[in-house]
Design a protein around this ligand. Structure first.
Ligand SMILES: Cc1cc2nc3c(=O)[nH]c(=O)nc-3n(C[C@H](O)[C@H](O)[C@H](O)COP(=O)(O)O)c2cc1C
Length: 208
């Protein structure tokens, strides 16, 4: 195995410009953002399966591990995935060397509905994105795809829920994007923390 994990002591220069955390947090979390410009550099299988391995170590309710990942990395597989991306995503995502459809099983081993499968699978995607950042890779989740078409083209069983298609790849030049996307090719910011945190009850905001 040949993993090239990048040091994350520092914010990248573009992240420094666009993102200000209110509290101390590892630069790793700020350095992860969702670009749309990808280079044509291929990803090694070691790196690809490292990010999926990270996802698989997410916590889950009763350790049911409901996440399922359908990977497209060959030309033929990618072509099939491109067919079910909505055009506004296909326009940029078809340059990415790997696409992963993130799904989850709705049922537990005993046939009961697993009420936590979406929560758990979101955690797994978060792990995947962070491990990718550690490896110098970028990711971008897309909810904009035709789920029924994906289900039929990939023979996805009815008890799987489909959540997002994820691009994985190395960053490319912003100039390769359409102009309307070039202006958006920057790390996003976040609303103030006090808008999303409460202390004690939702009637009182956190003292931050
Ligand atoms: C479930 C999910 C669905 C998303 N769908 C799309 C999409 O269809 N197209 C797109 O360009 N970005 C999509 N995004 C990316 C978000 O817009 C992006 O994560 C958000 O603006 C925060 O930016 P950041 O990831 O760069 O921090 C999606 C993200 C998630 C988590």
């Amino acid at each position: 195995m040949n993993l090239t994990v990048k040091p994350v002591e520092q914010l990248t220069s573009e992240v420094k410009e666009y993102r200000k955390a209110e509290h101390s947090v590892s630069p790793l979390f700020l350095n992860r953002w969702s670009p749309r410009a990808y280079s044509n550099k291929k990803i090694s299988d070691d790196d690809l399966y490292s990010v999926i391995e990270a996802a698989h170590w997410a916590p889950s309710s009763f350790n049911d591990q409901p996440w399922r990942f359908i990977v497209a990395k060959t030309e033929e597989q990618l072509k099939t995935f491109h067919e079910f991306l909505y055009p506004f995503n296909r326009a940029w995502a078809e340059k990415a060397p790997v696409l992963v459809l993130v799904a989850s099983t709705k049922l537990r081993e005993n046939g009961d509905i697993n009420g936590a499968h979406v929560f758990d699978t979101g955690t797994a995607w978060g792990h995947l994105a962070i491990q990718a950042t550690l490896l110098g890779l970028s990711t971008h989740a897309m909810g904009g795809f035709d789920k029924e078409k994906a289900r039929s083209l990939l023979n996805v069983p009815d008890d799987f829920d489909l959540h997002a298609v994820i691009t994985i790849g190395y960053r490319g030049e912003k100039e390769t994007l359409d102009e309307n996307l070039q202006v958006r090719e920057n790390p996003s910011s976040r609303r103030p923390l006090k808008e999303v945190v409460f202390e004690g009850s939702v009637n009182s905001s956190a003292g931050i």
